[in-house]
Design a binder for this molecule. Structure first.
Ligand code: ADP
Ligand code: ASP
Ligand code: MG
Length: 488
């Protein structure tokens, strides 16, 4: 039994939908041949749809009462075009049109209320932004039926029970597992392919939530773990996880295997190919995750397992960057004598719920620097100024400030553990390109070295590090000097 998740571009056009149907049919036949039949499909919204929904909700909150109508028309057309191309049965088409119209009426009503209130709450935003998946799932189910499979759309609000942290809800495992098994297993047993909406869930009392942007990957893993499937497949628009984002580093290569740890680091530090939480449900049940290309289905993609194969030369596996960060500094000569500064600093940061992505404290103890998302910087600085008011007055602490336009570049690979000279290689690469490294840190997992650079230096840093480790070359052909970590 497997779960297959299709991302926005995989359901972006009628041709893509047709391609997905072929892939699902093929996998369903393969599963049947293994004697353990069963395929669960998880779908994202059609590409661009979630952004369109959010844009309309934001405009409504700003007082624009009519913009959503423009979006309604183009959203209806976008979905109808696919139905028109791929579904011949008239009653299927009529039922689909009704379901699109229902969702879009809901969308119109929601935008109307948001405009009246003049406010968009995280709870309201979750209802609006989840509508795309709720249109895509019935459409994909109908396309699968038209291609001869028995398929049925299911709303994940019936399956994934979450907390009420709108915009990034977490599943409640036991409840979710029970619901998934109860609802999906009988369908699978009677030969039906359930087509589940990605991205969304609901609280125990039924309030809709989302798992965060890009969260359909996570949905697939949650459902996969609940059903204890043999494999979780993430079908996207690239040949698996690559040595870097191919849009930024054009000679990036596909990686054959990665460990859960490596992929978690990469995703956490911005590799958009997988939602950062995707591997979490898979780890516990040791379910392999495979990342595959909808548009090149014969490519083996990337297999993500507990312990990835290593030939000793693939020390550094991949590099990634996370953007729109802020580097916060707490500094002062008097800090040395004041006990517990670090604990109080991070206590204050935790109180405002900000996520610290990297910390670097200098050994002189005269400053603490750390990186948080730009969106939480103002709140963090205000909290720190409040916490250290007395120390600021007495000049034990001289400054608390933030620096915008910050990015973290992360170099990732489990084999980096205990390999000397790697950091030197990283810095040689960036220094040669004239890049100023603002701060550095070794991740606690030792599977990661991170550096902080400004916006203008991100692309050049990624390319320089990719080059120095010869990541564009097949692993077995790389020169040992670079891969073992000796200074170049
Ligand atoms: P989907 O809609 O299928 O979920 P996403 O757009 O979320 O797809 O993720 C796929 C994209 O992730 C790719 O098109 C690629 O540009 C980007 N990406 C970033 N880092 C990597 C990486 N290391 N390997 C592969 N793709 C990456
Ligand atoms: N449609 C959602 C988004 O755009 C979820 C996803 O695509 O994974 O964020
Ligand atoms: Mg995605």
């Amino acid at each position: 039994m497997i779960v297959m998740k299709f991302g926005g571009t995989s359901v972006g056009t009628a041709d893509a939908f047709a391609q997905v149907a072929e892939i699902v049919k093929h996998q369903a036949a393969q599963q049947a041949a293994t004697g353990k039949p069963g395929v669960v499909v998880v779908t994202s919204a059609m590409s661009g749809v979630t952004n369109m929904l959010i844009e309309a909700a934001q405009k409504a909150a700003g007082g624009d009462e009519s913009f959503h109508q423009v979006q309604e028309d183009s959203l209806l057309l976008k979905h109808q075009v696919v139905a028109g191309r791929l579904i011949e049965d008239g009653s299927e088409r009529a039922a689909l049109t009704r379901s699109f119209e229902e969702r879009l009426t809901e969308f119109g009503r929601l935008c109307g209320s948001i405009a009246v209130l003049g406010e968009l709450t995280p709870r309201g935003l979750d209802v609006v932004s989840g509508l795309g998946e709720r249109m895509a799932a019935p459409l994909l189910a109908a396309v699968l039926r038209a291609s001869g499979l028995r398929a049925e759309a299911i709303d994940a609000t019936e399956l994934i029970v979450t907390d009420a942290l709108f915009g990034g809800a977490a599943p409640i495992d036991e409840l979710t597992e029970a619901r998934c098994r109860e609802r999906l297993l009988p369908m699978l047993q009677s030969g039906i392919v359930p087509v589940v909406t990605g991205f969304i869930g609901a609280t125990e009392s039924g309030v809709p939530t989302t798992l965060g942007r890009g969260g359909s990957d996570y949905s697939a893993a949650i459902v996969g773990a609940a059903l204890d499937v043999d494999e979780i497949q993430i079908w996207t628009d690239v040949n698996g996880v690559m040595t870097a984002d191919p849009r930024i580093v054009p000679n990036a290569r596909s990686l054959h295997q990665l460990s859960y740890e490596e992929v978690a680091e990469l995703a956490y530090y911005g590799a958009k190919v997988l939602h950062p939480k995707t591997v979490t449900p898979a780890i516990e049940k040791k379910i392999p995750v495979r990342v595959l290309n909808t548009f090149e289905p014969a490519h083996p993609g990337t297999l993500i397992v507990e312990k990835a194969e290593s030939d000793g030369r693939g020390t550094v596996k991949a590099i990634t960057a996370i953007r729109s960060m802020n580097l916060i500094t707490v500094a002062g000569r008097g800090m040395m004598g004041v006990p517990g500064i670090a604990a109080r600093t991070f206590g204050a940061v935790a109180n405002v719920g900000a996520n610290v992505l990297m910390i670097s404290q200098s050994s002189s103890e005269q400053s603490i620097c750390f990186v948080v998302p730009e969106s939480s910087a103002d709140e963090v600085i205000a909290a720190l100024r409040g916490e250290f008011q007395r120390e600021l007055e007495r000049h034990y602490i001289d400054e608390i400030h933030g620096m915008s336009h910050i990015n973290i570049v992360a170099v990732v690979g489990s084999g980096m553990r205990g390999t000397p000279g790697l950091a030197a290689n990283v810095f040689t690469a960036v220094a040669r390109s004239g890049i100023n490294v603002i701060a550095i840190a070794q991740g606690s997992s030792e599977a990661n070295i991170s550096l902080v650079v400004i916006d203008a230096d991100v692309t050049a840093s990624l390319r320089a590090i990719h080059d120095i480790f010869e990541l564009h070359v097949p692993t077995e052909q790389r020169s040992p000097a670079h891969t073992a970590g000796a200074t170049a």
